[in-house]
Design a protein around this ligand. Structure first.
Ligand SMILES: *[C@@H]1O[C@H](CO)[C@@H](O)[C@H](O)[C@H]1NC(C)=O
Ligand SMILES: *[C@@H]1O[C@H](CO)[C@@H](O)[C@H](O)[C@H]1NC(C)=O
Ligand SMILES: *[C@@H]1O[C@H](CO)[C@@H](O)[C@H](O)[C@H]1NC(C)=O
Ligand SMILES: *[C@@H]1O[C@H](CO)[C@@H](O)[C@H](O)[C@H]1NC(C)=O
Ligand SMILES: *[C@@H]1O[C@H](CO)[C@@H](O)[C@H](O)[C@H]1NC(C)=O
Ligand SMILES: *[C@@H]1O[C@H](CO)[C@@H](O)[C@H](O)[C@H]1NC(C)=O
Length: 496
């Protein structure tokens, strides 16, 4: 009797089709940077990361304030991979940079070009700025998404532009950076394409390579801030034995390898208050990037959280509702929540009036109640309310939604006029192979829900009191919904 593995080897030959992972070509020059991405690493630091098809003994980046005078250099020996990956992830931190300044940089290689980024605005700088939010963004092309809102997967032209990535490229001068709390590429959905069925290991790697290549024209210029979603850990969606689950797909392995050392812990406090300074120090020690961490940009303090693991009954943790067996990543079971408490308590609103927290799974959503993460609500919502978080940003549900300020499922009667409770959005309609989700029934304080075409959100920080939230249709740029949250921000250290 042939073993299962022998069958898997000969079946494609018998059936007459080739194992056909749609890998991008490997550049002849193996030092060529691919999948480039930059991130805020500190108030005066940017991390530059890229992959290569060989391990680098030392990766270097030359940089400077003028494109033809890259007089500084930073290097690192961090070049990471894992068993089923074809590439190595390299990360170099550029520090001692001036704030809100454009720098030019070149990843050192015999085959690379000069690019540019802008550093973070100093905490407390009240200059208006915009950031874009995308969640649940998949690869396009042969292994990619459907443009249909249904879940069926028609043939998609490999050349078809991904409408949300195309929109981010088209409007690249309209926003300063991007936050993406979870679900990248949807490489774990390789099994949805019959041609991949017998070659999950290569299909998984190919989808990731293609996706991060597609994202590079955005992420190599605009700081791209990430946190994990369930698709960074899912093996149970494969309708075979988990033995077919490639290594990178388990336990956030690709996510961690790729973003290892690239995201910040949290910024040192810019407050004059010594209690706040101590709390920020504590948060810095408890942060665990790329899973949970914070950063500041001008008038905003932004926290990225992990809604998958590391809190009671977390969905992806062993025994959780998603049962993906991921994590834990904290040294103690309470590390993430201790971090969030210390971090939020440290925020001085006279410095950064706006506090945004972004994670993957929502606890307010229209439609199917299985999309609601009740353990997330239990763990995080009390801290959001206590410390006066202004806006909660989520995805997971594949459409766009906005909720008026709400706490414990009860609407804040102030509405958008100086509420105590956070407003919430879901920006999960960016587009992926699973298609868009039906809007479903109106729930809680929902005031906007859209799932007809791909869409994403822009947060416009107008001044210390006005935050405009726009939802945009990706293919046309049409504004689907626009609202303004007004906050007095009269109290330096909010405690509700
Ligand atoms: C150089 O890089 C470009 C992409 O940036 C690639 O298309 C090309 O094949 C590379 N050349 C060599 C010799 O590897
Ligand atoms: C720059 O990259 C080239 C290969 O592309 C390598 O030979 C050289 O040693 C590198 N220089 C530094 C300073 O890393
Ligand atoms: C994709 O976008 C590029 C740049 O915007 C454009 O030149 C090209 O024609 C587009 N391709 C398709 C198939 O729409
Ligand atoms: C300093 O911050 C703490 C909270 O972190 C607050 O309770 C206290 O009132 C602040 N002190 C001053 C002088 O503002
Ligand atoms: C997942 O990875 C973390 C960190 O590498 C490790 O501590 C944990 O035990 C892993 N979980 C599982 C289920 O393998
Ligand atoms: C949901 O219901 C509320 C209250 O009736 C209403 O104001 C809101 O417009 C509804 N939202 C949607 C998307 O229909």
């Amino acid at each position: 009797m042939a073993s299962v593995s022998t069958l898997i080897q000969i079946l494609p030959l018998v059936a007459g089709f080739a194992l056909a992972a749609d890998y991008p070509g490997i550049p002849k020059d193996l030092t060529t940077p691919v999948q480039q991405r930059v991130a805020f690493k500190g108030p005066n630091a940017i991390s530059v990361a890229w992959n290569t098809y060989q391990k680098l003994n030392e990766g270097c980046v030359q940089y400077g304030k003028s494109a033809n005078s890259l007089t500084s250099q930073a290097c690192s020996t961090q070049s990471l991979t894992y068993g089923t990956s074809r590439t190595w992830a390299n990360t170099v931190v550029l520090s001692g940079l001036d704030a809100a300044t454009t720098y030019y940089y070149k990843i050192n290689s015999t085959n690379s070009t000069v690019n540019q980024f802008m550093t973070a605005r100093t905490p407390g700088d009240k200059t208006a700025f915009n950031l874009d939010v995308v969640v649940d963004l998949g690869v396009y092309g042969a292994d990619g998404y459907t443009t249909s809102r249904k879940r069926d997967i028609p043939y998609v032209q490999p050349a078809l532009n991904h409408t949300t990535i195309a929109a981010l490229a088209r409007t690249i001068d309209n926003y300063d950076f991007v936050i993406h709390p979870g679900d990248f590429a949807y490489a774990d959905d390789w099994y949805l394409k019959p041609k991949n069925l017998l070659d999950g290991k290569n299909a998984y790697a190919a989808i990731l390579e293609n996706f991060y290549d597609q994202l590079a024209p955005i992420a190599d210029r605009k700081p791209y801030m990430v946190s994990p979603g369930n698709h960074e850990a899912a093996c149970t969606e494969i309708p075979f034995s988990s033995g077919l689950c490639p290594e990178g797909q388990k336990n956030f392995t690709d996510f961690l390898t790729r973003f290892n050392g690239q995201m910040p812990t949290s910024f040192a406090s810019s407050s004059k208050n010594v209690t706040a300074q101590a709390a920020a120090k504590k948060a810095q020690a408890l942060a665990n990037p790329p899973f949970w961490y914070s950063f500041e940009y001008g008038m905003a303090h932004i926290v990225m959280i992990d809604t998958e693991t590391d809190f009671p009954s977390a969905p992806d943790a062993a025994g959780g509702s998603a049962n993906l067996g991921g994590g834990p990543f904290g040294k103690t079971p309470t590390q993430q929540l201790d971090f969030l408490d210390a971090d939020l308590s440290s925020v001085d609103r006279t410095v950064t009036p706006w506090v945004i927290v972004a994670g993957h799974r929502p606890w307010y959503s229209t439609g199917d109640s299985k999309n609601i993460c009740t353990p997330c609500q239990k763990a995080f919502e009390p801290l959001f309310y206590k410390y006066g978080v202004d806006l909660g940003v989520f995805g997971h549900v594949h459409n766009s939604q906005r909720f008026n300020p709400v706490y414990n499922n009860i609407a804040d009667t102030a509405g958008l006029k100086n509420p105590k409770a956070p407003a919430y959005i879901i920006a999960g309609g960016a587009g992926n192979i699973e298609g868009l989700s039906d809007v479903g029934a109106n729930f809680s304080t929902n005031v906007f829900a859209y799932g007809d075409e791909f869409s994403y959100a822009t947060l416009k920080f107008k001044d210390a009191k006005n935050l405009q939230i726009d939802f945009l249709r990706s293919d046309t740029g049409e504004v689907l919904d626009s609202s303004v949250v007004y906050k007095e921000h009269a109290v330096a250290f909010v405690r509700n």
